[in-house]
Structure formats: structure tokens, C-alpha cells
Design a protein around this ligand. Structure first.
Ligand code: GDP
Ligand code: MG
Length: 726
């Protein structure tokens, strides 16, 4: 059996190629010990060829988790051949990874992907020359159209027969001398076929590679001397010498092998001139997001949701079911459990699935087309101004689906401070599970007015930016932004297969949650809202029984006590309190709670006969627009669900930091909702109150935090320095 590792830059088409080669027989798992997806599968037509899909990477330097995983795989698992996917429309950038793979000496075949794009643009690539310059086979393919795949497999099988790639690129003379000397020193300590690679890594002072060899200190000292000599000869740091020479090498190759058809800008570049324009970028981004939310939550999604809520759950399921229960004389509590608890709660959540699917569909489309890469680029420009890297934006992007992988994605940020900051703020972005809350408030209270749904996205993004600004000025987060290099892939026509698959996966996991966690939570809420201590029938004392009015239930009694906290925010009634708290179980459950508590008011079966069930109107009753939006703001920003909190705990790897992160979110959510509500009623004409004074104080504090001078190194007080040293 031949094992082929598939390596390439993000967006080079790895997933597309992998799916084309393996068909449906892939296996997705985790790399042991880490949470990066690992895909492997067998080639459809040739079962003896196994393909491992490595994470998308720009280089094999050991800075990000993906890079480390890929590198360790190539070093330790020793695949027979590497299939290096190169985006032919972006060859210069892609070849950087190629040179690093070739340095490893593993037999490599280059799959020159996106050839259809190159041909269409009229560019020419001299593949023969490219293959000669790099010393490995180069096969033109189009993963999307399935062209060239058989050639690729044939070349891969042939290359796998060789033990070692025959070709080595040459560096400048001083570097080659240094490499030779280092090579002599480490001979025996490393596998012979990796000697060249280790020599280069030692020269670059790559600590992770050095660690792997377990070389004696004397040898390390000698190597240090060799490096110093080389650095002196070329007057540069050793790592930048290698990087610089790599790029020179690549430029040499590409200028000889690529003939661009015209000097002018490609269509992609032309679009980018507008889309990433200094002044237009943000308005365009805002317009795009407004459009996305408008379509998914307000129009198309809402129509389907109304259908699911009213017709599907109302007329098709609830009414017949309720009638049937009455007919067969089901016990009151059982009918209530099923109708109010289960269908009320789970149904309310499931009712929003269509909206979420449309939202996911549109977000995946934006991602697949290549727009989101531009957004990361635009955001980098903005974030950088206050010391945050654009890398922060990638986790934010992922969080718009679900906060858990979003938090995990922050691992790619090298600076620990920036990583913590990202982990703390990434859950502010409304995730898929928050969509039902947004849709519920927008639909039920605001009658589907267009701006409510997109505004939720901007509230989240605003919270991230304000938090970044404030926290970056404090000691634990101060520091320069790490450089962020990101390739802007050319725009693509989206591959509907990819888009639909990713939408399907997200939608399905959501439905599964409705059937498990939401179901359980809804039953719990139903139980505590249906039972309570009522005066016993014989007159003496109280007894535990089903309550006539929900207001007498245990949940209402307990909830009313807690609700005091939310009075300054405008939604100090027990149902909203219970909903906010249950939101910690899963954010959809906020809607689930309203489904249980308001879906059917009073007599369960009575209202169903009126055909009112499923409509959102009862939910709106206790809210005004002001209190509803305040409720929305609080629930968007406060602590995320337990699953996301767990992810935060894992990534922070510290109870203290986790507690700080969660408290920060809650405090910020409270402050934001408080200001919104208090200023809202002030503007609406209510007089000054204690609440308005507090709101003004909070606003003043935030403004001060925003404008105060940033913490800098020399101002560090001694006790703080001691704290940091720990
Ligand atoms: P990955 O990030 O490396 O897994 O890349 P994907 O497989 O997700 O592909 C990125 C984008 O490139 C998708 O929109 C694909 O449809 C597109 N794509 C992949 N291969 C080709 C190709 O050969 N030709 C064209 N035109 N587009 C491609
Ligand atoms: Mg992919």
C-alpha cells in the first residue's frame, strides 16, 4: 500500500481534490491529542493508494499548530510520496511551501491545480521547465473539473517507488558551506535521508527541530559558531537568510516558467481594488452582512420559518395531536408535557432551522467565493491600528457558525496575549444558535423590520472591537500585533457541493442538538414551570402539584427572585430571566424557554383550538421594543453556552483566566444592555432616575478606558512585574 500525503496552502483546492480522488470513502478523525481535523481515504479507482489530507498551511515552520502537525507527520510517519497541491493562479506564494517540502527529501509530485483558471486568463506555464527547475514531476490538474487526476495518480505511484528525492536546491556559497559543516556534525544523530533538512533547520535555529535530535551541548555550541560565521558573511539573521534565498529562488523559477498573458489586472485584482479600497471596504462589508442577514432572517428564512411554526407544527402536528389526546382521554399532565414541554420547546427551536440554514448557506458562499479572505485582510488593517492582528478575525469568522471551533481556531495565533484576547472576545459574534434569538426578537417584537437582524451581528462585532481597544491598553494584553500574512485567493465560482455539504453538516448538528440537549432542557423547564407548592385541598399546609397558573410554579417563584437583577435592563420578569439562564445550556434554549412558557398560554388545549399555537405573537406580549432589544443585546454578549465555556477553559488552560473571560463577557453584556435601556427610556421621555445616573457613569468609564493612555513597558510598577513574572 502506498501512503500519499496531500499538502498545500489553504484554498489551494485540497478539499476539492481529496473529495474528487476518494469519493465518499473518507474518514474524518482528529490528529491524536489535538483538534485539527484529519481526513484520510482511499483512492476510488485504486484501493492500494491511501491519501492523508494534511491541514492547509503556508509553510512548514513550526509556528502554528497546523504547521507543526503537518511537519511532524512528514517527519515521523514517512509517507511514501507527498502530493503538493499548488494553486497555479498564485504560483509564487504557493511555491514557498513547495521548497520546504522538497527540502525534506521526500519524493514529491506537484499537482498544479486551478489550471482551468490559468488557461482562461490566457497565462502560460511551462510545466516541463518548472519540473526541471524543481526536480520533481509537475502535473497540471483541475480538481474542480476532475482533469489530470489519472496522470497525477500515475506520477505519484511512480515517485513513491523512490526512497529519496534526487534533487536538492542550492543556497548561496556561505550557506552551503555552513550546511555542509553542520551536516558533518549531526551525521549519525539524524536519519541519513533527512540530514540535509536538519542541517537547514539547525542553520535557521529552529528550536523544535533541534529538540527532536537530542544533540549533545558541545555539538550545539559548535553549530552556533558555524551559524555566527554564516550570519557575519551575509550580514543577516540566519532565518531571514534562508527565507530571503528561498524567495529569490522562487522568483527565479517563476520568471522563467510563467508567461502572463497581459500586463493588466486580472478580474480578481479589479474586484479587489474596489472591495478592499480604503474607504469603500467597510461600507461594502456592512452592506454585504446586512444583505446576508436580511435575506436569511428577514425574508426568505422568515417565510419558511412562519410555515414551520404555523403550518407544520401548528396545523399539521399540534392540532391533530391535541384533538387525539382529548379523544383518548390522555392524562392532563402527559398531554401538557408533550404539547407544552416537548413540542413547545423543541418545536420553537426547530422552527428556526430554515433561517439558520439560509444564513449558513450564505456565509459558506461568501467564504467559498473568497470574499471572507478579503474581510480578514480589511479587518487586519483596522485591528492593527489598535495592536490586534487580523488573525483574530479568522476565529471570529468561524464563530459565526459556532463559538466552540471559533475558540479553538484561536490556536493559530502565536502571541499568547493576542490568543487570550481572541478567546475572550470571539464568542461575542452571534453564532448559529443565537440566530433563533435574533429571529425571534426581530420577528415577534419588531414585526420583521429589516435592520434588527443585521444589527445583532454588528453589536457582536462592536463588542469585539471595543473590547480589543480597551483590553489592549492593559498590561496583560499589551504588545505589538504579530505580522499577518495571508494570501488573497482569486475569486472562484463557488463549488455548490462544498457549500451544500458544509451547510448540511452545520444544519444537521443543530437538529441533533434539538433532539437531545434542547429536548432535555425543555422538559426540565416544563416541569418546573408546571409544578409548584399549592395550598393543599384539605386546607392545611401546601402540597406539591401541578399549578393552575404558571405564575405559581416553582420556576416563576424562583425566577422572580432572580429577575430583580435584570430590572435595570428592562426585562426584569421571570420568563426572560429563566430564558437567559437556560441560554447557558445552549443558546437556542432561550427560544425553547419562550416556546414552553408562552407557546401555549393557560389552558394548553384551548389555544390550540384557536389555531394560535406556533405563532410568535404571545412571546412578544411581555416586551416593549426597548426591553426586547435590551434582552437581545444581553443574550448576545453574556457568557456563551457551556460547550463554548468548556472550549474557553481548554484553550486558556487556566481556571483563573477562564473565570476572568466569562466574568468579562457578563459584565460587558450587562453594561451594554443597561446603557441601551436606560438611555432608551431617557430619550423616550422618562425622567432621570438612579438607573440613568448609573448608565451615564458606565458610559463615562468606558470612554475613559478607551481614551486613556496605553500601558507601556517602562511604566510597569514593581508588584505588577512580579505578578507577570510568575
Ligand atoms: P482547500 O482550502 O485547500 O481545501 O480548498 P478547497 O478545496 O476548499 O477549494 C477552494 C476553492 O477553490 C473552492 O471554491 C473550490 O471550488 C475552488 N477550486 C478548487 N479546485 C479548483 C480548480 O481546479 N479550478 C477552479 N476553478 N476552482 C477550484
Ligand atoms: Mg478545505
Amino acid at each position: 500500500m502506498i501512503t500519499a500525503a496531500l499538502a498545500g496552502n489553504p484554498n489551494s483546492g485540497k478539499t476539492t481534490l481529496f473529495n474528487a480522488l476518494t469519493g465518499a470513502n473518507q474518514r474524518v478523525g482528529n490528529w491524536p491529542g489535538v483538534t485539527v481535523d484529519k481526513k484520510e481515504g482511499w483512492v476510488k479507482k485504486d484501493r492500494s493508494l491511501r491519501i492523508i489530507d494534511l491541514p492547509g498551511i503556508y509553510s512548514l515552520s513550526p509556528y502554528t499548530l497546523e504547521e507543526v502537525i503537518s511537519r511532524d507527520f512528514l517527519l515521523d510517519e514517512k509517507p511514501d510520496v507527498v502530493i503538493n497541491l499548488v494553486d497555479a493562479s498564485n504560483i509564487e506564494r504557493n511555491l514557498y511551501l513547495t521548497t520546504q517540502i522538497l527540502d525534506m527529501g521526500i519524493p514529491t509530485v506537484i499537482a498544479l491545480n486551478m489550471m482551468d483558471v490559468v488557461r482562461k486568463a490566457g497565462d502560460r506555464i511551462d510545466t516541463k521547465k518548472l519540473s526541471q527547475s524543481l526536480g520533481c514531476p509537475v502535473v497540471e490538474i483541475s480538481a474542480l473539473k476532475g482533469e489530470g487526476l489519472e496522470d497525477l495518480l500515475r506520477e505519484a505511484a511512480a515517485a513513491a517507488g523512490q526512497k529519496k528525492a534526487p534533487f536538492e536546491r542550492r543556497f548561496s556559497a556561505p550557506v552551503e558551506q555552513a550546511l555542509e559543516k553542520i551536516g558533518a556534525l549531526i551525521a549519525g544523530a539524524v536519519p541519513e535521508e533527512r540530514r540535509r533538512w536538519y542541517s537547514i533547520k539547525f542553520f535557521e535555529q529552529d528550536a523544535k527541530a533541534a529538540e527532536k535530535t537530542g544533540l549533545a551541548p558541545e555539538a550545539l555550541g559548535a553549530i552556533d559558531k558555524i551559524i555566527k560565521e554564516g550570519e557575519k558573511a551575509l550580514d543577516d539573521a540566519s532565518a531571514s537568510i534562508i527565507t530571503g534565498e528561498s524567495y529569490d529562488y522562487i522568483t527565479g523559477i517563476t520568471s522563467a516558467c510563467i508567461k502572463k498573458s497581459r500586463k493588466g489586472l486580472s478580474a480578481s485584482d479589479k474586484i479587489d481594488r474596489v472591495v478592499t479600497n480604503k474607504w469603500l471596504a467597510l461600507p461594502i462589508f456592512a452592506a454585504v452582512m446586512i444583505f446576508v442577514y436580511y435575506i436569511s432572517v428577514t425574508t426568505i428564512g422568515a417565510i419558511v420559518t412562519d410555515f414551520t411554526n404555523d403550518t407544520l407544527f401548528g396545523s399539521w402536528i399540534m392540532e391533530p395531536l391535541a384533538g387525539w389526546f382529548e379523544e383518548i382521554g390522555t392524562a392532563g399532565w402527559l398531554a401538557s408535557l408533550i404539547v407544552d414541554g416537548i413540542i413547545g420547546g423543541v418545536g420553537a427551536v426547530l422552527g428556526f432551522v430554515p433561517q439558520m440554514l439560509v444564513l449558513f448557506l450564505m456565509l459558506s458562499l461568501l467564504e467559498d467565493v473568497g470574499y471572507m479572505a478579503r474581510v480578514a485582510f480589511i479587518m487586519d488593517r483596522i485591528f492593527r491600528r489598535f495592536g490586534l492582528s487580523g488573525k483574530t478575525f479568522i476565529p471570529l469568522l468561524i464563530s459565526s457558525g459556532c463559538g466552540v471551533p471559533g475558540v479553538m481556531a484561536s490556536r493559530t495565533i502565536e502571541s499568547e496575549r493576542d490568543r487570550r484576547l481572541t478567546v475572550m472576545t470571539t464568542c461575542f459574534v452571534p453564532c448559529g444558535a443565537k440566530t433563533p434569538i435574533v429571529a425571534m426578537i426581530a420577528g415577534a417584537v419588531f414585526g420583521g423590520v429589516w435592520w434588527v437582524a443585521p444589527s445583532a451581528y454588528f453589536v457582536g462585532l462592536g463588542a469585539v472591537i471595543i473590547s480589543g481597544l480597551i483590553l489592549k491598553k492593559t498590561r496583560p494584553f499589551a504588545g505589538k500585533a504579530a505580522p499577518f500574512v495571508m494570501e488573497l485567493p482569486s475569486y472562484h465560482v463557488p463549488a455548490m457541493g462544498n457549500v451544500l455539504r458544509s451547510m448540511g453538516e452545520r444544519g444537521w448538528s443543530f437538529i441533533k442538538r434539538a433532539g437531545t440537549i434542547i429536548l432535555m432542557a425543555s422538559i426540565v423547564v416544563w416541569f418546573f414551570s408546571s409544578f409548584g407548592f399549592v395550598p393543599a385541598e384539605d386546607g392545611g399546609g401546601t402540597s406539591f402539584a401541578m399549578v393552575e397558573e404558571m405564575d405559581e410554579s416553582m420556576l416563576a417563584v424562583a425566577g422572580t427572585k432572580v429577575a430583580v437583577i435584570f430590572r435595570p435592563l428592562g426585562f426584569g420578569f421571570w420568563q426572560a430571566t429563566v430564558a437567559s439562564i437556560m441560554g447557558l445550556v445552549a443558546k437556542e434554549e432561550v427560544v425553547g424557554v419562550f416556546g414552553v412558557l408562552f407557546g401555549v398560554e393557560g389552558d394548553a388545549l384551548g389555544l390550540v383550538e384557536d389555531g394560535d399555537f406556533g405563532a410568535l405573537s404571545p412571546i412578544a406580549a411581555p416586551f416593549t421594543m426597548l426591553t426586547a432589544y435590551s434582552f437581545l443585546v444581553f443574550n448576545l454578549l453574556c457568557a456563551p453556552c457551556f460547550a463554548a465555556m468548556g472550549a474557553i477553559r481548554r484553550e486558556m488552560n487556566s481556571g483563573k483566566w477562564t473565570a476572568f473571560a466569562i466574568s468579562y463577557m457578563c459584565v460587558l453584556a450587562y453594561a451594554a444592555a443597561l446603557m441601551f435601556y436606560q438611555f432608551g427610556i431617557l430619550i423616550a421621555g422618562a425622567g432621570f432616575s438612579l438607573g440613568s445616573v448609573v448608565a451615564i457613569a458606565v458610559l463615562a468609564l468606558i470612554i475613559w478606558l478607551l481614551v486613556k493612555p496605553a500601558w507601556t513597558e517602562k511604566k510597569a510598577a514593581a508588584p505588577l512585574a512580579a505578578e507577570a513574572a510568575r
